[in-house]
Write a protein that binds this ligand. Sequence first.
Ligand SMILES: Cc1ncc(COP(=O)(O)OP(=O)(O)O)c(N)n1
Ligand SMILES: Cc1nc(C(=O)O)sc1CCOP(=O)(O)O
Ligand SMILES: [Mg+2]
Length: 222
Amino acid sequence: MNPPWPPRGLYAITPDETDTDRLLARVEVILAAGATWLQYRNKAADGALRATQARELLALCRRHGVPLLVNDDWRLAAAIGADGAHLGEDDGELAAARAALGEAAIIGASCYDDPELARLAAASGASYIAFGAFFTSPTKPNARRATPELLRDSAPLGLPRVAIGGITPDNARPLVEAGADLLAVISGVFDATDPAAAARAYLDCFDARPAHSPSTTDISTP
Ligand SMILES: Cc1ncc(COP(=O)(O)OP(=O)(O)O)c(N)n1
Ligand SMILES: Cc1nc(C(=O)O)sc1CCOP(=O)(O)O
Ligand SMILES: [Mg+2]
């Protein structure tokens, strides 16, 4: 029996780091500080390097009891036995990913600023829905912009809601108050002067909220 993966907290996403030892060292600090989930995202690596880094990160995540999701590439997630995948609008069919990864996998869907995409993702078997960008993102400056109402209004879908895009410890709290279950962050944590302190500051944003909103249940793997 694998542990349940709590859908509440800091969802750290890796930066485009091609030095694998450095990537692992940077991620280790953030997992040790209590990051809740990790997504492997690397737009600068080729396929071979991505496979190597994903495998190494999976071992690291296992040591910390944190689920690893692979961005863009559900086939890589399946090949290494990762806990899930994150799919955007150009990343293939969610149903195909679900069929390959199984019912227990965490499969997330980008919904940008579009409630209809969220509805479709839920109907297609997504494990969570992600909205963004809530603020100007240093990583993706041209990302579509989302508003907190999307988080509030999508509560009836009954899935964990992820907020992404330019989120810092200073601007995160209203998103949690609007219903964000997970704060997905790259630069705010990996580019921080003190990444461990930044990770803890994101987690502090959840203090005032009950562990589970009425519409959200744990995602568990059998
Ligand atoms: C949690 C989370 N939300 C959104 C994204 C963005 O996915 P996508 O639109 O496919 O863009 P890229 O990340 O592939 O550039 C994400 N990765 N994670
Ligand atoms: C990968 C990604 N997707 C976004 C979306 O809006 O869908 S914003 C984004 C970048 C997130 O990085 P940072 O925390 O540095 O802003
Ligand atoms: Mg993508």
